[in-house]
Design a protein around this ligand. Structure first.
Ligand code: FAD
Length: 575
């Protein structure tokens, strides 16, 4: 059995930042980081627009309180305000720390870090590296991991969290290269496994965003918090769904319907294109539904609207958002200097996740904690985003809470012993599970079932939801889950068998989908990204609370937990 003091699953911003903090706190600790991709291919690398922090380099009157207020208002008052206070107060320091590590941020003419406007933020506070911010940060973090002696297991797939007697003890994993199974035990286990965008058919997320960490935690008995809050990003490039960063609107681009109108004037007159994402996504969907969308031949009534950059001019486009220009050019042959881009909402971000306290310790319920188990980043829910995340607050969350969680882990494991694990029983169970998949003589291919599932989630749990729609979605999902027993693998070999990982990922995705739908069905109000046509108003009397969903094969049990309100009383949210 492999052993380390700490095992971190996830090589994105949150996992890497935590690993680094543990090594900085105590260089003698033995830290392992596992990722099913190479760490540098984690979805964090694709982050474009930037990271918010009140450095005051552009807007001198910005304050952490203003950042906190924008975040809480953006969250539709569901964010835990103690966690938001930490996020926004610590933001400037973590940005400076990244810069000292070597991250190359874009500059103002006087050499200070540049900052741009972003949706829902009242000041220009988003720090960026052109529109490749995640790339700049992740590369530097991974370099620092190597420098600090973190043991990296790259392209290993974690298939089970070992959680016994209310304590996390390790993981079961296999090397994707040869499907070799191993058990790894540790004094502390951290999940930083990212989101689940692949539960839907159109997403900005990478192929690895399959909610593995969420599903493994749920199966181990840990509740998942606020899973009904799924973020649509307003500007996914049509038809592929890849992201056109909000930075493009931050730099001045317009949203235009088939009549040539900047229709955001109807929905958010004071913020226009820089309204928060939930509001902008609904506005675009409403325009399309009302027949003011556009077809590829330019006629009205089609499935997308235009994102128009032309007035910004070539120099600004090429210096501030070159990657977005390149995406549209490479994927659609569109030159955004001269032509508008076709866009529509795309699944982007998971506001919910594994519930944690502000030290990254995983909660077992409204009050208790799970021993030895930590989480941070998109897989977790500390709840700084509540019902709707503001752009550029997620990279910030990964770094602030990755760092805090790393520091907390370094403390936690002092004077602790490695846990006892019955290695053989875990290996046997994992071996049986994989052999069963190999031997399954079904008729359905993995890709076929995944597509049907993704269509089901998109059709029945999208931008607009209702009781009737979601019940039908759950019905269909149950049938699809039964079909999982009938999938078959073409590849029965042990060498780089991607079908094995895809089969396990699909099982995880379906479980996460069931939790999203069930949590959404029970929230009978509209708040942030969760918009119910049958309950169009926010209902603070009954639903100003977090959902905790407990999974068991027999069904999902929903409980609720209060919101921490320390700074701002909830009021109506208008832009
Ligand atoms: C296109 C795009 C642009 C974005 N732009 C911005 C932006 O400008 N600003 C902003 O604030 N936010 C942005 N976001 C959101 C932000 O990038 C993510 O929320 C954040 O990077 C998530 O980081 P993470 O560390 O939590 O997880 P990720 O970076 O997703 O990493 C997850 C890690 O877990 C590993 N993993 C998962 N499952 C397993 C398993 N079973 N076994 C082993 N390893 C596993 C993966 O290999 C990976 O290393 C963007 C997101 C997208 C998709």
């Amino acid at each position: 059995m492999r052993e380390h003091d700490v095992v971190i699953v996830g090589g994105g911003l949150a996992g890497c930042r935590a690993a680094l903090e543990i090594k900085r706190t105590d260089p003698t600790l033995d830290v392992a980081l596992i990722a099913k991709t190479h760490p540098i291919r984690s979805h964090s690398v694709a982050a474009q627009g930037g990271m918010a922090a009140t450095l005051k380099n552009v807007d001198a009157d910005d304050t952490w309180e203003a950042h906190a207020f924008d975040t809480v208002k953006g969250s539709d008052y569901l964010a835990d305000q103690d966690a938001v206070e930490i996020l926004t107060r610590e933001a400037p320091d973590v940005v400076i720390d990244l810069e000292h590590m070597g991250v190359l941020f874009s500059r103002l003419p006087d050499g200070r870090i540049a900052q741009r406007a972003f949706g829902g933020h009242s000041h220009r506070r988003t720090c960026y590296a052109a529109d490749k911010t995640g790339h700049a940060i992740l590369h530097e973090l991974v370099n620092n991991l190597r420098r600090n002696g973190v043991r990296i297991y790259e392209e290993w797939y974690v298939m089970q969290l070992i959680l016994e007697d209310a304590q996390a003890k390790g993981v079961v994993m296999f090397n994707i290269l040869d499907t070799n199974l191993e058990v790894l035990r540790a004094k502390a286990v951290m999940f930083a496994t990212g989101g689940y965008g692949r539960a839907f058919n159109t997403t900005s997320n990478d192929y690895a965003s399959t909610g593995d960490g969420l599903a493994m935690s749920a199966v181990a008995g840990v509740p998942l918090e606020d899973m009904e809050f799924v973020q649509f990003h307003p500007t996914g490039l049509y038809p592929v769904g890849v992201l056109i960063s909000e930075a493009v609107r931050g730099e001045g681009a317009y949203l235009i319907n088939s009549e040539g109108d900047r229709f955001m004037a109807t929905y958010a007159p004071s913020k226009m294109e820089l309204a928060p994402r939930d509001i902008t996504s609904r506005a675009i969907t409403r325009e399309i539904r009302a027949g003011r969308g556009i077809h590829l031949d330019g006629s009205a009534g089609g499935p997308f609207v235009y994102l128009d950059l032309r007035h910004m001019g070539q120099e600004k486009i090429m210096s501030r958002v070159p990657f977005c220009w390149e995406e549209a050019h490479r994927l659609l042959g569109i030159d955004a200097v001269h032509q508008p881009m076709p866009v529509r909402p795309t699944i982007h971000y998971s506001m919910g996740g594994i519930p944690v306290n502000t030290d990254g310790r995983v909660r077992s319920g409204a009050d208790g904690l799970v021993e030895g188990f930590f989480a941070a980043g998109e897989a977790s829910c500390v709840s700084v985003h509540g019902a709707n995340r503001l752009g550029s607050n997620s990279l910030l969350e990964c770094v602030v809470y990755g760092k805090r969680t790393g520091a907390a882990i370094a403390q936690y494991i002092q004077n602790r012993k490695l846990p006892d694990i019955n290695e053989q029983s875990y290996l046997n169970a994992a071996y049986s599970q994989i052999t069963a998949l190999f031997n399954q003589s079904g008729t359905i291919r993995i890709g076929q079932l995944r597509q049907a599932f993704q269509d089901c989630m998109t059709d029945y749990c999208g931008v607009f939801r209702s009781d009737e729609l979601m019940r039908e979605g759950l019905n269909q999902l149950q049938q699809l889950q039964q079909q999982y027993q009938q999938i078959y693998l073409d590849d029965k070999g042990n060498c780089w068998n991607t079908e094995i990982t895809e089969a396990l990922e699909l099982r995880n995705l379906m479980l996460v989908g069931e939790i999203i739908l069930t949590s959404a069905l029970n929230r009978q109000e509209s708040r942030g990204a969760h918009c119910r046509e049958d309950y169009p108003e926010r209902d603070d009397t009954n639903f100003l609370k977090h959902t905790l969903a407990y999974y068991s094969p027999a069904g999902i049990d929903l409980q609720y937990k209060p919101v921490s309100i320390t700074l701002f009383e909830p009021k109506e949210r208008k832009y």
